[in-house]
Design a protein around this ligand. Structure first.
Ligand code: PGA
Length: 247
């Protein structure tokens, strides 16, 4: 009995231009053929409005948002601005932002709260570094990030993504046992923080070097409800087979 719809999310990061939006046509066609799967694309902010206009059947999201509503925050985008552009979701706490923008757990929590308050779904990312995994501290790190970054509100608008930093963009992935262990741990922490019923409704994604070649075995792992995909979401040729595998 699985009440959680699968969620396949693509994060374009700082890639793509207007021409790349043509990729959305093939991605939307794959999504249409997989009606039980939620398909998300998070393009750069500047393409959100066009992406929504081109393929309204896709879920279009932002890659980050600010925790505030408005104010003197040069270069930042609020959740309300994303919503106005037509986005219905925001990724927050991606490891690339935690590293390069020095985002802390409380900041990520504030962003997730702002997204949910604006009516967006929030994908909250957590994941250990390679040094932490090697030191046997992956579980501890993920649990600390979860406790610090998760908003208490949000219902099933809240999504968690487990993305081991060393697996992002590297072509390396953890073993299926290791993914299962961390996803099981995340489900347990969700139960404790949010109660059993809510915890069951929240989708937990795996992210890090997902391709058409490894998607099937990853989706087979207990408590993996979908994936967050970087490189392999940039073209329909790479992303459509991932959507098809989830159908
Ligand atoms: P990748 O990126 O699929 O290119 O490893 C994953 C992510 O950063 O979400």
């Amino acid at each position: 009995m699985d009440m959680r719809r699968r969620l396949i999310a693509g994060n374009w990061k700082m890639n793509g231009d207007r021409e790349s939006l043509a990729e959305l046509d093939g991605i939307a066609a794959a999504a249409k053929a997989a009606p039980d799967v939620d398909v998300v694309i998070c393009p750069p902010f500047t393409l959100i409005e066009r992406a929504v206009a081109r393929q309204p059947s896709l879920i279009i999201g932002g890659q980050d948002c600010h925790s505030g509503i408005s104010g003197p925050y040069t270069g930042c985008i609020s959740a309300g601005m994303l919503k106005e552009a037509g986005a219905t979701l925001a990724i927050v706490g991606h490891s690339e932002r935690r590293a390069a923008q020095h985002e802390t757990d409380p900041e990520v929590k504030g962003k997730a709260e702002a997204a949910i308050a604006a009516g967006l779904a929030a994908i909250v990312c957590v994941g250990e570094s390679e040094a932490e995994r090697d030191a046997g501290k992956a579980a501890e790190r993920v649990e600390t990030q979860l406790r610090g970054s998760l908003p208490v509100a949000g219902g099933d608008a809240l999504v968690v993504a487990y993305e081991p930093i060393w697996a992002v963009g590297t072509g390396r992935t953890p073993s299926m046992q290791d993914i299962g262990a961390v996803h099981g741990l995340i489900r347990g922490v969700l139960r404790e923080l949010l109660g059993a019923e809510r915890a069951e409704a929240i989708r937990i994604l795996y992210g890090g070097s997902i391709t058409a070649a490894n998607i099937a075995e990853v989706l087979d792992v207990p408590n993996v409800d979908g994936v967050l995909v970087g490189g392999a979401s940039l073209t329909a040729a790479a992303f459509a087979p991932i959507i098809e595998a989830a159908a």
